[in-house]
Ligand binder design. Sequence first.
Ligand SMILES: [Zn+2]
Length: 487
Amino acid sequence: MNDQEPIQLRSELRERRKKEQKHFKLLKWGIPLVLLSVLLIGGFSIKQFFDQRALDAQIKVEKQIIIENSQKAQKQSGFETIKNVKERRNITQIIYSPKEKDTFPIADFSEKSKKMMDDIMKKQKTKEPIVLVAGLGTTSYTEHLGAYHIQVDTYQWQINKNNFEKIATKTDSPLYINQKTGKPVTSKELIAEDANLLGIHQVIQQQILDEAEDPKKIIDAVLDLPVLNWESKITYAPEELKITLQKNDTGVSKISLPYQKIRPFIQQNLVNPAVFTEDVQALDPNKKYIALTFDDGPSAATTPKVLKVLAEKKVKSTFFLLGQNAKEYPELVQQIQKDGHEIASHSYSHPQLTALTADQVTKEVRETDKAIFNATGILPRTFRPPYGAVNPEVAKAIGKPVIQWDIDSLDWQSKNTHSVIEVVKQTSHPGGIVLMHDIQQSTADGIATIIDNLKSHGYEFLTIEEMFQLNERPLYQYFGLENYRKI
Ligand SMILES: [Zn+2]
């Protein structure tokens, strides 16, 4: 029995050993496998951890570059700014707001910038890092005109390039600045002179008529339109001037005037030069120009002959009509217009305006405007006072550029054809304005020779508008091309 025991023990022992060996095998291979996995996973995580850190560091560096560049750009604007940085998830917001908040021309700069950024972020769906930079953008149009606007640049992280790229720039509407004052341009700076207010008033009157369905119905209201003054509501806008008209019966309460239309009446260096188109051909300084003008008509007896000669000789001139005659002979006024001549005003009944009250002057001008409008559909732009008599009060009541002359044919005095021809021949000079009267028989008889003489001396003929390129202004009087002055 004793012998059996050890045998049994031995076999048990063997079995146990076998089992142990099995365990050992499992341990021998299993542990390294587990360890390897742990190492691999751990290593991967550690690599990922370090990669992310490197990326974060790279993003940080690139962000810093954006900040440095934007800081430089802000410095160039000439304003001291305060930088405000806000980080939220993948988005970094940087706002450069003006330090002198109260005196800075754009009000609520920070609030407006934030609003612009919020609008951009609402549309942004990416998970990549985004940097938004809001600051002051400036533009210089002329030495005098600049503009400020809020500008928001959007930078987005580019995974494959490992840097930020600007993907969008958004700007709000610009605020126009007088570079001399650093303040927004005002309509007063733009218009500057009473003469220009009157000039703009003329343009408004014609524009209302041009845009009216039935201009004849509103002509009285247009002629009675309260004259534009410094208290009128005039708003500067980049491409046009917006005016709220005083109470009137034209049916128009607000009007927008393109700067091109009021070019002579504004400080042109205070508007964007892009709004102007060159539609007037410049005069050639080497050419001899002269303007023929005819006063006091039209006359049924003599004006048709003058018109016939002008048509034959292909010469354009300017007719300063009397309102009472224009009213009597509208078909002659229409013929003058049809032939391509310029029609201007010479008062209604030919009084010496300096002897009248302002109201009486206004009435003379108004009635002539109406008579010429009824015949032609347009208002005369310029005015010649009878006898050339004018003073500042009269000029203001006239409200139109005053066209005088520097070559007097004296046809009204001599009433002699030969004399008229000789006087014009002797006194003509380049850039001159010749005064004649189409109601004088001597002029009607002599005009063909007068034109031939001038042509043989190399003169070219201009209307008044052509001579002054539509730059004539109220409160100024014009004697010749280079000869004009304030009244
Ligand atoms: Zn006259």
